[in-house]
Write a protein that binds this ligand. Structure first.
Ligand SMILES: Cc1cc2nc3c(=O)[nH]c(=O)nc-3n(C[C@H](O)[C@H](O)[C@H](O)COP(=O)(O)O)c2cc1C
Length: 202
């Protein structure tokens, strides 16, 4: 493998879970790698890279809008050889399968614009997993992702916390209610569509 570009597609890149996943990947990466935050934008020299890793959160079952300008620029680039594209998607819900539609979107993009497809890592419970004793599941998935990228494989790796749905919902409800309370919000207020005085239901 030549050189890798890691793209952080989270709108909150500097404080994101995506950043934490990238940091762990870099600890297990043997080659040259650069990083790019989609939210900050800026030019990219695609010709430098043999591989692109898109790391992003699942947003409304899809790709965050902040990643779209990067993809548009990539679509307009007609250089060869085309870098191989890999994805690491993390979502808030428990099931890694939730990420599948977003993976398909990127895969369709790659097919349309002639980019070879590489590894996929789908992380369920991705908002929480790194701060639990189950972080090693995510770490193991990332090591598999890195090994697959390094040896040119194209596989799907999935990880999640090994909890039942009922337990996960109970634990996450407790977490988000506590988070709301710290910000002087009740659980009832958080269930409405009102944000900063505006009702987004209408
Ligand atoms: C606007 C928005 C939409 C989201 N949509 C989904 C979703 O459809 N499914 C899901 O499981 N998680 C969803 N999430 C949760 C994020 O994927 C999750 O919190 C993730 O860990 C954020 O990663 P980041 O810190 O790298 O941005 C959403 C979060 C936000 C803020």
């Amino acid at each position: 493998m030549g050189r890798l570009l890691i793209v952080n597609g989270s709108p909150r890149a500097p404080r994101s879970n995506s950043r934490r996943y990238i940091e762990y990947l870099l600890q297990n990466w043997k080659g040259a790698a650069d990083q790019y935050a989609a939210v900050s934008g800026g030019p990219v020299s695609f010709e430098l890279y043999t591989d692109l890793l898109l790391v992003f959160p699942l947003y409304v079952d899809g790709v965050p809008a902040v990643l779209l300008p990067f993809l548009k620029t990539l679509a307009a680039w007609d250089g060869t050889p085309r870098p191989r594209v890999h994805v690491l998607v993390n979502c808030g819900f428990l099931e890694p399968e939730q990420n599948q539609v977003a993976v398909k979107m990127v895969r369709f993009f790659c097919k349309r614009y002639g980019f070879p497809w590489g590894m996929t890592l789908r992380i369920g419970s991705g908002e929480a997993i790194l701060d639990t004793p189950f972080a090693w599941f995510a770490h193991r998935g990332i090591r598999r992702l890195a090994a697959g990228m390094q040896s040119g494989r194209s596989e799907v790796v999935s990880v999640r916390m090994p909890l039942s749905k009922a337990l996960f919902v109970r634990a996450s409800t407790r977490y988000w209610s506590g988070y709301g309370a710290k910000n002087h919000m009740t659980a009832e207020q958080m269930r409405t569509m009102e944000i900063e005085g505006r009702d987004f239901q209408t």
